[in-house]
Design a protein around this ligand. Sequence first.
Ligand SMILES: Nc1ncnc2c1ncn2[C@@H]1O[C@H](COP(=O)(O)OP(=O)(O)OP(=O)(O)O)[C@@H](O)[C@H]1O
Length: 326
Amino acid sequence: MLQVDHVSFSYEDGVTVLENINLRIAKGEHISIIGESGCGKSTLLKIIYGLLDIEVGEVYWDDTQVLGPLYNLVPGESYMKYLAQDLDLMPYTTVRENISEFLSVFERERSEERIDELLELIEMTDQADTKVRYLSGGQQQRVALARALAQEPKVLLLDEPFSHIDNFRKNNLRRNIFGYLRRQKVTVITATHDPMDMLPFADRVVVLKDKFIIAKDTPKNLYERPQDLYIASLFGEANRIPINILKSYADTKRRIIVYAHEFKVSQKSGLEVVVKGSYYMGGYFMIGGIYEGHDIYFHHHQPLEVGKVVFLNISIDTINQRLATP
Ligand SMILES: Nc1ncnc2c1ncn2[C@@H]1O[C@H](COP(=O)(O)OP(=O)(O)OP(=O)(O)O)[C@@H](O)[C@H]1O
């Protein structure tokens, strides 16, 4: 088990970046860390890997304490691999050589076979003999992923692992990589902005905000019952709506989170909205509007004229689901 106990951390400027962070991560579990840019996701991964010295708190992998650079000549733990945002590749050697460099001694005996397996996993068999400096940013990120896997870590820390990779490949690659890591029973912690890195793959999601962990839950629970707009907005466009405006019979002044796609447009009754603009999103239009002076966003199958008045409805199931949120 990976254990983070009461960890607080500040860089040299003295500003606290993380405060009282506690995590228990079981072997083989896949965790995602999400939160707005600058909330401390990378810092937490670096602490777990032992790249930073912490003054408050402790990190353990089973009974072994993870120690920072003050206590470790070569920072970083051998059973872990941290794939940073800045990829540490060897630009003047080929993709194959880059991967081979990181195979464990045990694996060198069957190295060609293993490299071919990893090349297939990152869908780069055809570029095996290309020098890394000639690859695109997304291709380099895929090589860095293969290098991380080549080392067969027990714990893999991934910092925005698919951020440079085009959508054309991203989905398949995510399924390949996360599927592989599950089969290998690797413990995985992924820091990400992208809900698609997390919703289909994580067992649990940890949400960071203003130094603290504000939620830990399954992706499904977090998505369906977001505590607040900050969490919901990590998944997509979301609104905070007073419940009694949506359903006149509701006597509560409470506000609930409604995702943009959960509204249905009606010409007759519901939340009265004046249209401000329509944005083509591919399969639908994102409509921006104003209700009672507040911005509101909802989906519609066609654009709506600016200034038009429409009414928004939301299903009773969704309202009940959100009202059940603590
Ligand atoms: N070496 C450093 N020295 C001082 N401050 C730092 C250092 N690295 C990061 N910070 C600050 O610590 C905070 C957290 O940074 P961190 O990179 O951990 O956030 P993040 O959530 O990973 O962001 P992003 O999603 O943009 O990568 C930020 O305010 C950042 O400016």
